[in-house]
Design a protein around this ligand. Structure first.
Ligand code: 5AD
Length: 351
């Protein structure tokens, strides 16, 4: 699919044509990934952040937010709970903060591998190569780093303090590949300033970077940030646009794991997650962060959630998957694209 075709799908409004897009994405998903939906347990281990990203409620400049870092034991308990609930992967997510000591994280990764036997995904922002390497050696399997937008000028505008040349995160994503991580990325849909061309380029960049996990979620305005007002024009941050992007992502990157994101589940609490799974998605990420911390991980405003018990939450998520005729994935749920990359590397003779 070329950039013109992508752009015309992004602008499509005809319901019959859109049905064709959903059907095509669902068919590609079924043929490449099957019917299983994999679950990843998220632990939001710290909301401290030294960056000032214009869209995010965790930004350092937001003094309205009380800050926390979970204790090592809380994190281990969360991982063991994930294991007990039958999840194959735990995702440790935090703001970007040098106070989150790299050796401390490495020790936790090692303990999770030893004591819970889970696949470990880290999502701790832009860290240096030595740290990423240390964590890989400690046993981390995957790293999530969203590039948010492929447009370098827009990236710099919404990420004050980023380096003046190039695109920091795109460079880091390439390094993560070289370190043999299974690599996750994605962008925000409808971030103010994002044009249709930008969104089409965002999709093509995912393909070019050969990203193994792709979480593209709608931008949700947070009143405690500089981008707190409803965005004007350009790519709309709507539910419909999110489905179009999910479907196009599946068609462009057939072997990647694609979650229905929490942000999509926030925009449509009734059936957003299900529709995402029917339009390209094959992963859900239930949030296992203890309730006392979860309310402080306030990236954007979320409706009050009634289910706080992790076991009940996972049971409800599984029910939602079964209700749309899909099955529950067990084990690590490695992406097809990562397995193919591995095979390819092994076939290349080493000297
Ligand atoms: N709306 C939607 N998504 C957001 N994120 C951060 N702020 C917002 C927002 N206001 C997403 C970004 C980030 C991830 C942790 O959450 O993609 O990488």
């Amino acid at each position: 699919m070329n950039i013109q075709e992508i752009r015309s799908w992004l602008a499509e409004t005809d319901p019959d044509r859109l049905e064709e897009l959903w059907d095509r994405a669902d068919r590609v998903r079924r043929e490449t990934m099957g019917d299983r939906v994999f679950l990843r347990g998220i632990l939001e281990i710290s909301n401290k952040c030294s960056r000032d990203c214009h869209y995010c409620g965790l930004r350092a400049g937001n003094s309205r937010l009380a800050r926390y870092t979970m204790t090592e034991e809380d994190i281990l308990d969360g991982a063991i709970l994930a294991r007990q609930l039958g999840l194959g992967t735990v995702v440790l997510q935090a703001g970007e903060h040098p106070g989150l000591d790299a050796r401390w994280i490495a020790g936790i990764v090692r303990r999770i591998k030893d004591e819970a036997g889970l696949v470990v995904t880290l999502s701790l922002g832009e860290r240096n190569i030595d740290e990423l390497e240390l964590w890989k050696r400690a046993g981390a399997d995957r790293y999530l780093l969203k590039f948010e937008t492929s447009n370098p000028a827009l990236f710099k505008h919404i990420h004050p303090g980023s380096q003046t040349t190039g695109h920091t995160r795109i460079e880091l994503l390439k390094q993560l590949h070289l370190l043999d991580y299974e690599v996750g990325s994605g962008f925000m849909i409808g971030i103010p300033g994002q044009t249709y061309d930008d969104a089409a380029n965002d999709l093509l960049l995912l393909k070019r970077l050969d990203v193994h996990m792709i979480g593209n979620g709608p931008f949700i305005a947070n009143p405690d940030t500089p981008l707190g007002n409803t965005p004007r024009g350009q790519v709309p941050n709507t539910e419909l646009m999110t489905y179009k992007i999910m479907a196009l992502t599946r068609i462009l990157c057939p072997g990647s794991n694609i979650p229905s994101t929490t942000a999509l589940g926030t925009v449509n609490t009734q059936c957003g997650l299900e529709l995402g799974l029917q339009r390209g998605g094959n992963v859900l990420m239930p949030n296992l962060t203890p309730a006392k911390y979860k309310k402080l991980y306030a990236i954007y405003p979320t409706p009050l959630r009634d289910i706080t018990d992790a076991a009940q939450l996972v049971a409800a998520v599984k029910e939602r998957i079964l209700c749309i005729g899909r099955t529950i994935g067990t084990g690590p749920g490695v992406s097809r694209s990562f397995m193919q990359q591995r095979q390819h590397h092994n076939e290349v003779p080493h000297d």
